[in-house]
Design a protein around this ligand. Structure first.
Ligand code: ZN
Length: 150
């Protein structure tokens, strides 16, 4: 577990300092805004779809290192995948960070995202890590509503 924790810190620092896919997509097929009032994290997720495939996904916004790193890793993870995969990953990620136990989520599906499993020990941070995912989920549903973690 301590190795995972070290990796967690490395990954958070790396992705928060140089976030991947940190840009607007214009025009985007769908986008949504997310806001976590507990921490002040605010981001917009953009997606361009080719049929069922997430051809491009990006985000902009400001927030803490964890929300930024989570958004960065999410975009890197979902690019080129199907919408169904994105929804499945959202469900699994949510199970993981809400601490439903080691066997409650699909590790193979989440891959590198497993570094966020330690977040469940810090309830305040769970919302930071899940904000990008909730926002992506809303973008896919094309509700266009503003997401809040409250
Ligand atoms: Zn935060």
């Amino acid at each position: 577990m301590s190795d995972l924790r070290d990796l967690y810190h490395e990954v958070i620092i790396d992705h928060s300092k140089s976030p991947r896919n940190f840009r607007e997509i214009d025009p985007a097929d769908c986008k949504a805004q997310g806001y976590n009032p507990l921490c002040g994290d605010e981001l917009t997720v953009f997606m361009r779809l080719d049929g069922d495939v997430v051809e491009d996904i990006s985000f902009i916004g400001s927030g803490c290192a964890i929300s930024k790193a989570s958004a960065s890793m999410m975009t890197a993870h979902l690019k080129g995948k199907s919408k169904e995969y994105a929804e499945a990953a959202f469900q699994e990620f949510h199970k993981m960070i809400t601490g439903q136990g080691e066997d409650a989520f699909d590790k193979a599906l989440l891959g590198k995202l497993a570094v966020f499993s330690g977040v469940c020990e810090f309830p305040v941070r769970v919302k930071c890590a899940s904000l990008p995912w909730h926002t992506m989920h809303t973008a896919l549903e094309e509700k266009g509503e503003k997401v809040t973690t409250e």
